[in-house]
Every structure is written in C-alpha cells, then in structure tokens.
Design a protein around this ligand. Structure first.
Ligand SMILES: *[C@@H]1O[C@H](CO)[C@@H](O)[C@H](O)[C@H]1NC(C)=O
Length: 139
C-alpha cells in the first residue's frame, strides 16, 4: 500500500472564530485607514498515516501450524495529531501621519495648531487673521 504523506495530510481549523473577534474596530472603508496582513498561528488537528505492524497469515508448508504461517507487514491507519498552522488576517490601522481617536483616523500635527485645526498630517488650517506653520502668527 503506497500512501503519499502530502495527499493524506488534511487540516481542520478549530480557531477560525478568533479571527473576527481580534479584528480592529477601524473600518477599512473609512478615510486614512490602512491595512496590512498579519500572520497568526492556530492549533489544528491534522490526520496522518500512522504505521503499524500488521499480522496476517499465509498458507505454507508448516504442518505444526495447520499450514498457516504468520507474516508481518507495515500498514497504515489514519491517526490524528495536533499541529500549528499559520493563518493570515487583514489588520487595519491608521495610515502614517494619522492616529486613532474615537474609532476614526485623524491627522496628527506635530506642532499644535494654536489658532486653527489640524486638517492633514502636519498641516494646520488657520482661523481668519492667523497664519504661520502652527497658526500662532497674527496677521
Ligand atoms: C509655533 O511656531 C513657532 C515658530 O513658528 C514656535 O516658536 C512656537 O513654539 C510654536 N508653538 C507651538 C504651540 O508649537
């Protein structure tokens, strides 16, 4: 009996439910949300051909044993074992220059916008009458 190990290995995933629970609350459709693939491992049960010593009988000239002789051969049965399997999930996070605030990605300005608001990474939009990189200069 010829068994190819590769064709006999099959994986059953127990931990697929972990996937949705650990996913980020950020919505990929929202602006300034970036994603990357993250690997994680799960415990799986895999089947494999386990060899065992099979005893069988053949007819032979052994009179004392009623013309039956004992023979051995290596046979295989399906057994199961625990294994590790690497899975991938999409992880969302704020794009560079943005940070998470109330499940949204908002731009980060290294310089606080003194009289204005941060509209893009390191970009302040000044209130009328104010200017400069951080809206601290009066016009
Ligand atoms: C705003 O920018 C000026 C220089 O342009 C700097 O002197 C000042 O400390 C900055 N203020 C803040 C709050 O970052």
């Amino acid at each position: 009996m010829v068994i190819s190990l590769n064709s006999c290995l099959s994986f059953i995933c127990f931990s697929l439910c972990l996937w949705s629970r650990t996913a980020s609350s950020l919505n990929l459709e929202d602006p300034n949300v970036c994603s990357h693939w993250e690997s994680y491992s799960v415990t799986v049960q895999e089947s494999y051909p386990h060899p065992f010593d099979q005893i069988y009988y053949t007819s032979c000239t052994d009179i004392l044993n009623w013309f039956k002789c004992t023979r051995h051969r290596i046979s295989y049965r399906t057994a199961y074992r625990h294994g590790e399997k690497t899975m991938y999930r999409r992880k969302s996070q704020c794009c560079p220059g943005f940070y998470e605030s109330r499940e949204m990605c908002v731009p980060h300005c290294a310089d606080k916008c003194v009289h204005g608001r941060c509209i893009a990474p390191n970009t302040c939009q000044c209130e009328p009458g104010w200017g400069g990189i951080n809206c601290s200069s009066e016009y």
